[in-house]
Design a binder for this molecule. Structure first.
Ligand code: ZN
Length: 299
């Protein structure tokens, strides 16, 4: 099953790449489920069972063609957002850090930075904006102290995200400022939709990558994750309770601009295209912010 956020309504997606169609969950389910995302993930077990019996071709015939400009993030109002650092060997190396032993560095991306898959991102004045393509997991069932073996059954599905990051703000102060530096408006594009794990040939081995102005800069397979999705759900849920709809950015592979010699960042007019095998694509373009953001250098 694939679930899109179309103008804020939860829609079932059917059809093949490039010709997908969408139908509201409330219509497709004959009123059994609401198309509100506030309810969708809370009822995920029932939605999943219903989806298992669905005929996608019949749903596709009833659906309308998808206007990508109307797509929003597949979980638009999570209670919690987790973002994982240093979760690929080569990215840890290019960042100059040791590989984490048991608990990877974890920060948040504030929900105000969320957008759908296709967007124009305003560059904060004076910023050094970097790309980080990432597999994103959405929680479908409350998880507290779950084992790695149980973890996948708590995941509603996967989507694709960019953890856009202003390296300027991130490393400006005496301690790294991950969460804010990665939460400027538009810095968390996600989509194009949620894909349930059963739709993927191996949800633990998905190719992800991105191209900057047409040239490939990142490409990896998620089997290279140091802490795969199941390990992240297990480790996070040892400490916090994960709620339905919660979003986990699982970390980026090597190839970010900060790791280039000399460092490289997106510019006004840059185009960033990201992909995840079996999930879909994101498309970002960048423009200068019309209103310069003020920065207080040493507070
Ligand atoms: Zn990241």
């Amino acid at each position: 099953m694939r679930i899109a956020n179309l103008s804020g309504r939860a829609c079932l997606v059917a059809g093949s790449p490039g010709t997908e169609r969408a139908i509201e969950i409330s219509v497709a389910s004959g009123g059994r489920f609401s198309s509100s995302f506030d309810e969708l993930y809370d009822q995920w077990d029932q939605v999943q069972r219903w989806g298992g019996d669905l005929d996608p071709d019949a749903a596709a015939r009833l659906g309308i063609p998808i206007d990508r400009a109307l797509l929003g993030p597949p979980s638009p109002s999570p209670s919690q957002v987790f973002a994982i650092g240093l979760n690929y060997d080569q990215h840890a190396a290019e960042s100059g850090f040791e590989v984490p032993a048991d608990l990877p560095p974890t920060f948040t991306k504030y929900v105000s930075s969320f957008t759908g898959p296709d967007s124009v991102v305003e560059l904060p004045a004076g910023g050094q904006i970097d790309w980080e393509v990432e597999l994103v997991a959405v929680i479908g069932r409350r998880a507290s102290a779950v084992s790695e073996a149980e973890a996948w059954s708590h995941v509603a599905g996967l989507t694709l995200g960019q953890d856009l990051s202003d390296r300027g703000s991130q490393f400006l102060g005496p301690a790294p400022q991950f969460s804010l530096a990665k939460s400027f408006a538009g810095f968390s594009p996600q989509g194009p939709w949620l894909v349930t794990p059963d739709e993927l040939s191996d949800p633990d081995d998905v190719e992800i990558g991105c191209r900057l102005d047409g040239a490939e800069v990142q490409k990896a397979r998620t089997r290279q994750l140091i802490f795969p999705v199941s390990a992240l759900v297990a480790r996070l849920s040892r400490i916090v309770t994960l709620w339905p709809g919660d979003v986990i950015f699982t970390g980026t592979p090597a190839g970010v601009g900060m790791g280039c010699t000399p460092p490289r960042f997106v510019e006004c007019g840059s185009r960033l295209d990201s992909w995840a095998e079996g999930i879909g694509e994101l498309h970002q373009t960048f423009v200068n912010s019309p209103t310069p953001t003020s920065r207080q250098p040493s507070e």
